[in-house]
Design a protein around this ligand. Structure first.
Ligand code: PEP
Length: 249
């Protein structure tokens, strides 16, 4: 079901003490909202984070997982390991996984399939590079990431998928897509989903925008009709900033 979501991707930040302190701040100051609020700490702090937010509306997600059920994959984490500590939401396809860890559309499609087989919810990230936008290929690139990563799934799968459009040139750069650019791409994503599946599916999927969302620009971006919230990196590490972004939704 389409819902408003603000999700914080903490990346490789926050040790156990910092995790405790940030979650305490968020929990104690969380505004009343109908939006879902999700944080994605690093693997080693997921269990701690789950128990820290137990009596609050904050949900906890993982930043990644492997597609295999288990086995000789040194350093990796399985769906079962996440579920076993109460984590049923996972970010898949973040641009840093794609760029620094060589995760391809094909690999991501396998991760998506595993997450769905395990009844997990997925925040699926995608978005074009700066050169794609400069050369006018951004729609083509996004359509191909969606097709390769998701479009062999049955329609039903989209009940468990949240999309996160994150133009790579706007991630961690301080440069945000304008609200108009975000809206234009989100509308295109819905149109692409509608053509591949149906307009019902297109209207039911939550599409988040990610890329240098801050308290100062969140309101305007979130006011666009096809933007259902944000995936927040840097600003999710500062309690006051993240809370201001939650308020903006
Ligand atoms: C992200 O990494 O998903 C992200 C959007 O980062 P930032 O908000 O820092 O641009």
């Amino acid at each position: 079901m389409r819902s408003k979501i603000v999700a914080g991707n903490w990346k490789m930040n926050n040790n156990q003490d910092e995790t405790e302190s940030l979650l305490t701040d968020l929990k104690n100051n969380l505004p009343s909202t109908t939006a879902e609020v999700i944080v994605a700490p690093t693997f080693v702090n997921l269990a701690q984070a789950t128990s820290a937010v137990k009596d609050s509306a904050i949900q906890v997600a993982a930043q990644n997982m492997h597609f295999a059920a288990n086995g000789a994959f040194t350093g990796e984490i399985s769906a079962d390991m996440l579920l076993n500590i109460g984590i049923d939401t996972v970010i898949i396809g973040h641009s840093e996984r794609r760029a620094y860890f060589g995760e391809t559309d094909e690999l991501l499609a396998k991760k998506v399939a595993t997450a769905l087989d395990n009844n997990m919810r997925i925040i699926f990230c995608f978005g074009e590079e700066l050169e794609d936008r400069k050369s006018g290929n951004h729609f083509k690139v996004v359509a191909s990431q969606l097709k390769n990563g998701l479009f062999s799934l049955p329609a039903d799968a989209f009940k468990s998928i949240v999309l996160a459009y994150e133009p790579v040139w706007a991630i961690g750069t301080g440069e945000t897509a304008s609200p108009e650019q975000a809206q234009e791409m989100h509308a295109f994503i819905r149109e692409t989903l509608s053509e591949a599946y149906s307009s019902d599916i297109a209207q039911e999927v939550s599409i988040l925008y990610g890329g240098s969302v801050k308290p100062g620009n969140a309101n305007e971006i979130f006011s666009k009709p096809d933007v259902d919230g944000g995936l927040i990196g840097g600003a999710s590490l500062v309690a006051d900033d993240f809370l201001a972004i939650v308020k903006a939704i």
